[in-house]
Design a protein around this ligand. Structure first.
Ligand code: IVH
Length: 683
């Protein structure tokens, strides 16, 4: 076959396959057998293999690019991605209705849709081709998850020909995981000794952030489109635009209904309050929208949500069960959380065995007694809560729940600060979860980046008495680590999994520890885990004092001179350095060669002094965070968008087209990974 005929056939086959995908995944009305479909796909794959120059990025064969995403770059939304005001009662809906009537009169129409409980997504199409998929993020900028969204079969990569598709189009919708896929996924996770997802929404959100699109494709995500945006929309009402979008290839809400008054809206609500249980996906309410776009525009927006739409949330599901016991969890900061142990009960599709009790005041407020019949509620949150007690069923001699006085992990008497809600275990140095918390913070990526010690390995070291604090990590020897192991048992499934320290693991750990000795002072300072000293504050303090000795010798007033350091932080720093054990740990870390001054850096620092960089895309050798740290460690600055102040745009694979365009326009040099390294060695 010659190139031209191949081009023609490829285009033809892609069109046919796209249509069949649409019939299957959007309309749920397939018209050919799986076998016939596979034959078409095979022919297309074969042709594309022969004529690879003809492969279109949006060909149906290219949904899973086998790409490993290193990062999900932040992208600014063209239109902010707002949320909806929530209502919980008819009365609140009547108020909404009155507000509307006051603003636009009585001639309007509502459209009711289900409110899908998943992850909001914005899909951008240019000339009918999907170019970007971005999560909501903070509403103004979200994460670019295009590679992963492309694997979702109900998201069209190319819109169908036909009238009225705007050249620039953005649609908004919800990515969700159907119940069937969710159950299957959790079953597989339990078998592999992986923690199951708490609900389909978390599973969808987690899947969308996976680095391997192949795995995302296997998660069977789905997507409803509920909002069409653009300057020149074909129709002047929402309903008709959505119906047309279905013809373009989108899967739109199934049970969308026009209602000409509030009574019809109430009927829709009461119907779906019951019937939603029959659906294969989670819904958490109804969305009520004004149909006319002109009227929508007239009503406008508040800072957070449109005035032309509102959500009615379904009441949280409740169940009655017995309180068997109250246990106390000790967090990594020593904070105590009381947890109710319950007689297992079914609630919105899951078995509830535990519920959060928040704090001592909550227990008092509920007047909880052991063996009480309690009302458990599951709203939007993952952990169910106890909202009340059925006193009628209380045993006559029932014992009131008294709050623990000692730490359940180390038996130290608990303390509670004046006016604070939570109790704490003050035994920071020996209480196992607190020791673990400190070490896990120390080894985390943004601190010392010794992640080979993660995933349960630190716990094994603590259990074996090899480390009690962060300084002990640097005394670890090959012989002590090699052969350590632990079996993690999954009680639910009766399965177990072994974590063992083999040669490769041990070498990785020791190498990472060695490498961490060149981590700059500001990150070491952050890694120490001084209360309230986060990443940014640590950076400011390091810049200000330039060494730990200067910092230790500084007074309360001198600390307050550092930008971003207020009284609370200053006090916490003073306390930290008053503690002899902390001083001892710092001495030991110093003797191991960790960076406790910015000296090293300032010698190197200045290499990129004053230079402003923008980073875009995915890199081979570095993560974006790694690249950012490297630039900053060498005196450069990293900003989010290209402007005339930008000195270099470091461009990786799949970089944002907007950034590239802007850089070319402003004549900002684009450099790749190796040119960047060259720059670092030449300057
Ligand atoms: S319309 C300007 N329609 O609910 C906001 N949203 O709390 C327009 N959602 O962020 C949103 N189903 O993620 C709309 N049928 C539906 C929806 C829906 C679910 C989500 C969406 C939004 C959130 C608002």
């Amino acid at each position: 076959m010659d190139l031209e005929s191949a081009r023609k056939r490829i285009r033809e086959l892609s069109g046919i396959i796209d249509k069949h995908n649409y019939k299957y995944y959007v309309l749920a009305e397939p018209t050919i057998s799986d076998y016939e479909y596979d034959m078409l796909m095979e022919e297309l794959i074969e042709l594309e293999n022969k004529f690879s120059e003809l492969i279109d990025i949006n060909s149906p064969t290219q949904r899973v690019g086998g790409m490993v995403t290193k990062d999900f770059p932040a992208v600014r939304h063209k239109y902010p991605m707002l949320s909806l005001g929530n209502t919980y009662s008819k009365k609140e809906l009547q108020d909404f209705d009155s507000r509307i009537r006051k603003a636009i009169g009585d001639a309007f129409e509502y459209v009711c849709e289900l409110k899908y409980d998943g992850v909001a997504i914005g899909l951008v199409y240019e000339n009918k081709n999907l170019v970007r998929a971005v999560t909501r993020g903070d509403g103004y900028q979200g994460d670019d998850v295009t590679t992963n969204a492309r694997t979702i079969k109900s998201i069209p990569l190319k819109l169908f020909d036909g009238a009225k598709v705007p050249n620039e189009l953005e649609v908004r919708g919800e990515i969700f995981m159907p119940h069937g896929s969710f159950l299957q996924l959790n079953e597989a996770r339990l078998k592999n000794n992986e923690a199951p997802f708490a609900n389909p929404r978390n599973a969808a959100a987690g899947s969308l952030k996976l680095r391997e699109s192949k795995i995302v494709a296997s998660r069977n995500l789905d997507c409803f489109i509920y909002n069409i945006l653009g300057e020149n929309l074909p129709f002047d009402d929402h309903y008709d635009n959505l119906k047309l979008a279905k013809k373009w290839g989108f899967k739109i809400p199934e049970f969308i209904k026009k209602c000409d008054d509030l009574d019809k809206v109430f009927q829709y609500i009461s119907y779906w309050e019951k019937e939603r249980k029959t659906l294969d996906y989670d819904t958490d309410g109804i969305v009520i929208k004004i149909n006319s776009i002109e009227q929508q525009e007239k009503l406008g927006y508040t800072a957070k949500s449109p005035r032309w739409a509102i959500a009615y949330k379904f009441p949280a599901q409740q169940a009655y069960t017995r309180l068997l016991d109250v246990k106390y969890q000790v967090g990594r900061t020593g904070a105590i959380t009381p947890v109710a142990v319950l007689q297992p009960v079914q609630l919105s599709g899951t078995t509830v065995k535990r519920a959060s009790l928040y704090n001592a005041d909550k227990i008092k407020e509920l007047e909880l007694h052991l063996n009480d019949t309690v009302i458990v509620e599951k709203g939007g949150e993952i952990i169910p809560k106890i909202v009340g007690v059925d006193i009628k069923h209380r045993d006559t001699n029932a014992q009131p729940v008294t709050y623990a006085t000692k730490c359940s992990e180390c038996n130290t008497p608990l303390v509670k600060g004046e006016g604070e809600a939570l109790h704490y275990c003050p035994n920071q140095k020996d209480c196992p979860p607190q020791v673990l918390g400190k070490i896990e913070h120390f080894i985390s990526r943004k601190a010392m980046n010794i992640e080979s010690l993660g995933q349960g390995r630190t716990e094994i070291l603590i259990k074996n008495g090899l480390v009690k604090n962060i300084a002990d990590l640097y005394d670890l020897k090959y012989e002590q680590l090699y052969g350590l192991e632990k079996t993690i048992v999954n009680e639910l499934e009766g399965t177990s999994k072994k974590i063992s320290f083999r040669e490769k693991t041990v070498n990785n750990i020791l190498n990472a520890l060695e490498k961490s000795k060149s981590v700059p002072f500001e990150r070491v300072l952050y890694a120490l885990g001084i209360r309230y000293v986060g990443e940014t504050v640590a950076k400011k303090i390091a810049q200000h004092f330039t060494s730990i000795d200067n910092l230790m010798n500084s007074s309360f007033e001198q600390l307050l001179e550092v930008p971003e350091v207020g009284k609370k932080i200053a006090y916490s720093i003073i306390l930290f350095f008053q503690d002899k054990d902390n001083l001892n740990i710092i001495d030991r870390l110093k003797s191991k060669g960790l960076q406790f001054e910015t000296g090293e850096k300032s010698k190197k620092g200045g290499l990129l002094n004053g230079k402003v960089f923008v980073i875009s895309g995915v890199f081979e050798k570095y993560s974006r965070q790694g690249l950012k740290s490297l630039i900053e460690d060498n005196g450069g600055k990293v900003t989010g968008s290209v402007s005339s102040n930008t000195d270099y745009l470091v461009a990786g694979e799949n970089m944002g087209p907007e950034k590239r365009k802007k850089a070319v326009e402003l004549k900002v040099p684009l450099i790749n990974e190796s040119e960047f390294e060259e720059l670092l060695s030449n300057v």
